[in-house]
Design a protein. Structure first.
Length: 727
């Protein structure tokens, strides 16, 4: 390994391969408020404002100079972007609303979506203060308006009066239904988000309030006792019993608390009780007949779906023969694919064409945004059993909404569930958990994973508890697969990051070797060996800069064999890929990761003309003899990879490093997390918790202690109305 000079860590050397901005959407107000479906943090969308003409005469297109003075001032302070102002003023023109305070409120509602909120609370001083933090305060400093001090907010009472009187705004939950914004309970929504929230509320409440199905108590009791025999299984047993009788169960818990185990076993319970008496004489299925309920397993990303399927099948394989036969081999898919994705707002299954399944289990529900949850709930048969599984302490979805967190924290919707019969007891639930159970929520708390010397789970627990001293203590102890590299991450040198470099190079070597050998499974396995994670997209602590850095290290380390670049293609064998948009036809979705591997007989990758490497050091190869091409992209489960020809690939990026948002739903054996400076608005408790819990063996945090403290001190705030009853 050759030492790179410190200058190779110079941020200015980083090339941003992904600087494409979203298409301008400022003209059509409805599309202007449609969030990007990209799985990436909010700051990526800040630069949008720099691409959109707002009629500025100053030449600075980030400033909305044609807007009323109040909006101009808030724009100049960086509180709202020019696009937010543009949407608000356009909606104002369409509805005859000229009051600047109302337009400011609408611009804030648009702005709030980018932070993941569904609405803006004008009466919440903390939220307004958070919005007043310029969202582009990232180290790159590459977007948004120049910050001046924000002007004072409009006087609250008159602001609310103006909003309530506005022709732009519908007030309350009822008529009229054709206005672009909605004011409910002190919250201002863009109408589309209000409708999605109402849909989720209505359909969740209907599920909770539906009369319970009453499975045969003796059979249920026997199945629960068989599948959850130990005293320590009590909460898992309760969740399974709840799922057998009710139409919505929300199963939560941190890593290693047995969520997946519970899912697999509860499927066995549900299949058993659905199998009726087992009396073959009357035609009822028996154990040997296999599954009788149609079950769908889904997760927000392909990677998470692959993990879910693998984990569930692993648990099923350990069940007794009858339960194994009853449960079968459930397939997992993405939520998009389950619903039959056609476009961001259109799916094959919907309220008029329900999914056929009797049971639908969604894992990693924290990543499901409000709009997708609304579409999923609409598409379910009313009598289907829905089980939402996830960890509400993780980062919420990139798009607006924090549905899992909201469902867990809501006040109770239905009276105490009376159907908990037979073996389950709620004795060990505290008062808050008893209340949550009325909303179908069962929280698993016991960590069962046997890694007693690992400090990753105690670290995650300290982050979740907001205990920054403990977090730093565990990190600094440097034992049990946890380490802290204390550093100013904007000025890292080679020596400081040598551990990170060694891990990245090791994983990269294995990846490239497997890819060149045409070993798809080996390459996909190597892809999860180590991952560099960051918070930002751009800047010295951004994904673009670190992806370029890791790529340079790996190229250097594997240069002896030369790059393998099949002739006539830009595709480098061994390049790790990240899919950046959905392509239902190919079966790849935003956030899926894969790798380019040599296709067919590796000897077909013979030298083409090493002397004409187009200025690039490396080995060029001819296409395989059979014309099938010499490189193929592989994705998904290492044991059954999905192979995609390069000409059919949707847009992809190289993924030597990724944002923590992107990494959600995936796990890696080793994780190196590089945190931005403590002033970054993206440093949140959920970000740190999510990154730490992606690691199986080792998590290395490269950060200043101040940045760690800042992350732990800032839980994410997301405004929505789901936690409150309708007025
Ligand atoms: N009731 C139990 N008793 C003993 N061991 C259990 C129990 N439930 C789960 N386990 C074991 O604990 C480990 C973690 O379980 P599981 O993978 O189901 O957790 P999880 O919550 O899905 O974790 P993650 O979110 O990290 O994927 C597994 O090894 C599993 O076999």
């Amino acid at each position: 390994m050759t030492d790179a000079t410190p200058s190779s860590l110079d941020p200015s050397s980083a090339v941003d391969p992904s600087s494409a901005v979203e298409p301008s959407s400022a003209v059509d107000p409805s599309s202007a408020v449609e969030p990007s479906s990209a799985v990436e943090p909010v700051e990526t969308r800040m630069s949008t404002s720099a691409t959109i003409s707002t009629g500025s005469t100053t030449g600075d297109v980030r400033l909305a100079v044609d807007a009323p003075a109040l909006l101009r001032d808030f724009n100049a302070a960086g509180v709202v972007a020019a696009t937010d102002v543009h949407v608000a003023t356009r909606l104002g023109r369409l509805t005859g609303e000229g009051d600047a305070s109302v337009l400011l409120a609408v611009a804030l509602a648009v702005r709030a979506l980018r932070g993941g909120s569904v609405c803006v609370r004008l009466d919440d001083a903390d939220e307004l203060a958070a919005l007043a933090r310029p969202e582009d305060a990232d180290p790159a400093g590459d977007g948004g308006a120049p910050a001046t001090d924000p002007p004072p907010w409009p006087e609250h009472a008159s602001w609310v009066r103006a909003v309530e009187a506005s022709p732009l705004v519908a007030v309350g939950a009822g008529e009229p239904v054709d206005r672009p914004a909605r004011w409910v309970g002190g919250r201002l929504y863009l109408d589309r988000y209000w409708r999605d929230e109402l849909t989720v509320r209505r359909l969740v409440d209907a599920r909770l309030a539906a009369p319970p199905s009453e499975p045969d108590a003796a059979r249920l009791g026997a199945a629960l006792a068989r599948l959850f025999p130990a005293a320590s299984d009590a909460r898992q047993r309760l969740a399974a019993e709840h799922a057998a009788g009710r139409r919505l169960t929300v199963l939560t818990g941190g890593p290693g608390t047995g969520k997946t185990t519970t899912v697999a076993r509860l499927l066995a319970v549900l299949q058993d009780v659905a199998g009726g008496s087992g009396d073959a004489a009357v035609g009822a299925p028996t154990a040997g007949d296999g599954p009788v309920l149609s079950v769908a397993l889904a997760a927000p990303t392909g990677k998470a779906a692959a993990r879910l399927q693998e984990a569930v099948r692993g648990v099923v394989a350990d069940l007794g023969p009858d339960d194994r036969a009853r449960t079968g081999l459930p397939e997992a898919t993405t939520v998009h694919r389950l619903l039959g994705y056609r476009s961001a707002t259109r799916f094959r299954h919907h309220a008029g064409h329900h999914l056929p399944h009797d049971v639908v289990v969604v894992d990693e529900t924290s990543m499901v945004p409000l709009s997708l949850m609304a579409r999923l709930l609409e598409a379910l048969r009313p009598d289907a059993h829905l089980v939402l599984v996830g960890d509400p302490d993780q980062l919420a979805s990139v798009e607006a909404g924090a549905v899992l967190g909201d469902l867990v924290a809501r006040p109770p919707v239905v009276e105490l569930v009376e159907t908990l019969v037979s073996t389950s007891s709620t004795d060990e639930l505290d008062d808050a958990e008893q209340v949550a159970l009325r909303n179908g929520v069962v929280r698993l708390v016991t960590v069962h994973r046997q890694e007693s010397d690992s400090a990753i789970l105690p670290l995650a627990a300290a982050i979740r508890d907001g205990d920054a001293d403990m977090v730093l203590e565990v990190l600094r102890a440097g034992a049990g697969g946890v380490e802290l590299v204390e550093a100013d991450t904007e000025r890292l040198d080679e020596h400081t990051v040598r551990g990170l470099r060694d891990d990245a190079v090791d994983a990269g070597r294995r990846l490239v070797a497997a890819a060149r050998a045409g070993d798809a499974s080996g390459a996909l396995d190597a892809l999860s060996a180590h991952r560099v994670m960051v918070a930002h997209r751009r800047g010295p602590v951004g994904v673009a800069r670190w992806a370029a850095q890791v790529e340079a290290w790996v190229e250097e380390a594997t240069a002896d064999a030369g790059l393998v670049v099949p002739a006539g293609t830009p595709w480098v064998v061994g390049r790790p890929l990240l899919v950046t948009s959905n392509d239902a036809e190919v079966g790849l979705y935003n956030g899926d990761t894969g790798v380019l591997v040599a296709d067919g007989d590796p000897s077909a990758l013979r030298p083409f003309d090493p002397s004409t490497g187009s200025g690039r050091r490396g080995l060029r190869t001819a296409p395989a003899q059979d014309g099938a091409g010499a490189v193929v992209a592989v994705f998904g489960d290492a044991r059954a990879p999905l192979r995609v020809r390069t000409h059919r690939l949707p847009p992809v990026e190289t993924v030597h490093a990724m944002t923590v948002h992107r990494a959600q739903g995936s796990q890696f054996r080793r994780v190196s997390l590089i945190l931005p400076p403590s002033s970054s608005p993206l440093l949140t408790r959920e970000l740190l918790y999510t990154a730490v819990t992606r690691a199986q063996e080792l998590v290395r945090v490269v950060a200043s202690p101040e940045a760690v403290r800042a992350a732990v001190a800032h839980p994410v705030r997301r405004a929505s109305g789901l936690r409150e009853p309708l007025p």
